[in-house]
Design a protein around this ligand. Structure first.
Ligand code: PMV
Length: 334
């Protein structure tokens, strides 16, 4: 039985909003760094009916709600539809059994769905290999069908989810911008609250277009931000990366906060961490950037030269859980 492993990624240009919700076709490009940990492992096998079992890192079972199971069922159905477009409809004859082992705390701003669905895409690719050898690009499409950001975790290092055109199931896919060894950045993750977020990203994406600032953000990414971010990564220009990543993260939260209904993911703790980082940067002139996904968690990205300082700062944050990771390899078979 094939076992795949994958990790979350941290977006530098955020994916928020779709042009088509069911197929998770994004409204704009996005870009992220794949992380070295925490990881998810999935065993997948053929079965007559869908079964999913999920476990924590310590082996204790994790309960799956009907909503979770429906998401996997829907994802399998869409994956089969995609395989059909490739002429491989018999690749998954009936259904699958899936065993998930996850070291990721659920819904704390670490994108567990990105790790899970990129991992599942990799496991499905191994399962269908006797019928069809899928490319990384095709695996990224399968990942995207479960969670848009999962498309990017197929690749190691830095990856972009390209918006694409049209409404075809494979019209948006991810590609690698630079491999893992191109530029090691550390991600010091500060988690102020372990409370699960109220509105998940699937619902959030559907609300995004109700914000009057949604179209402006899509335009800024399309005309400038995505390319600036790619250029900064290729040139290992941290200052340039910091400017564009912070601008885009705050802009995404502006869209979230102005949608109907509004989504407020950032808390007072988030803002106080941001303020402290801006002060440290101004007084000590060290490279560090902050970015937040759909939760209060702050990701502090920095090169090795400022790691000690940022680590020390993170340790002073009372009541917060701190987690450290760095640039990682993407999804792979174990
Ligand atoms: O892949 P999803 O549907 O969980 O959306 C991810 C959304 C953000 O984490 C907020 C941004 C991103 O690009 O990862």
């Amino acid at each position: 039985m094939p076992t795949a492993r994958s990790t979350p990624n941290i977006a530098l240009i955020k994916y928020w909003g779709n042009r088509q919700n069911e197929l998770r076709l994004p409204a704009a490009d996005s870009l992220s760094m794949s992380l070295s940990s925490p990881s998810v492992e999935i065993d997948a096998d053929f079965a007559s009916a869908l079964t999913i079992r999920s476990f924590e890192a310590d082996g204790s079972p994790r309960e799956l709600t009907d909503t979770h199971v429906d998401r996997f069922r829907k994802h399998l159905e869409l994956t089969k539809n995609f395989l059909k477009t490739l002429g491989a409809e018999r690749a998954i004859p009936a259904s699958v059994s899936i065993v998930i082992r996850s070291a990721i705390p659920p819904a704390v701003g670490l994108a567990s769905s990105a790790a899970v669905f990129s991992c599942l895409a990799r496991a499905y690719a191994a399962l269908v290999e006797p019928v069809i050898a899928l490319t990384d690009t095709q695996m990224s499409v399968i990942g995207r069908l479960g969670s848009g950001s999962a498309a990017r975790s197929i690749f190691g290092g830095y990856a972009a989810l390209c918006v694409g055109t049209g409404s075809g199931i494979a019209s948006s896919f991810a590609e690698q911008i630079a491999p893992e060894d191109h530029w090691t950045l550390h991600d010091i993750v500060i988690i102020p609250s372990k409370e699960e977020k109220k509105v998940g990203s699937t619902e959030g994406h559907a609300l995004a277009p109700t914000s009057p600032f949604f179209a402006t953000r899509v335009e800024a990414i399309t005309l400038r931000r995505q390319q600036e971010c790619i250029d900064a990564i290729l040139a290992r220009d941290f200052e340039k990366l910091q400017k564009v990543a912070e601008e885009d993260s705050l802009d995404m939260h502006h869209v979230m906060e102005t949608s109907t209904p509004p989504l407020h993911y950032l808390t007072e703790d988030t803002f106080s961490i941001i303020k402290a980082i801006e002060e440290i940067r101004a007084s000590e002139h060290i490279p560090v950037l902050y970015t937040m996904d759909a939760g209060p968690t702050v990701h502090l990205l920095c090169p090795s030269e400022s790691l000690q300082r940022i680590r020390a700062f993170a340790r002073t944050q009372k009541g917060c859980t701190v987690f450290e990771t760095s640039t990682g390899p993407g999804a792979a078979m174990v």
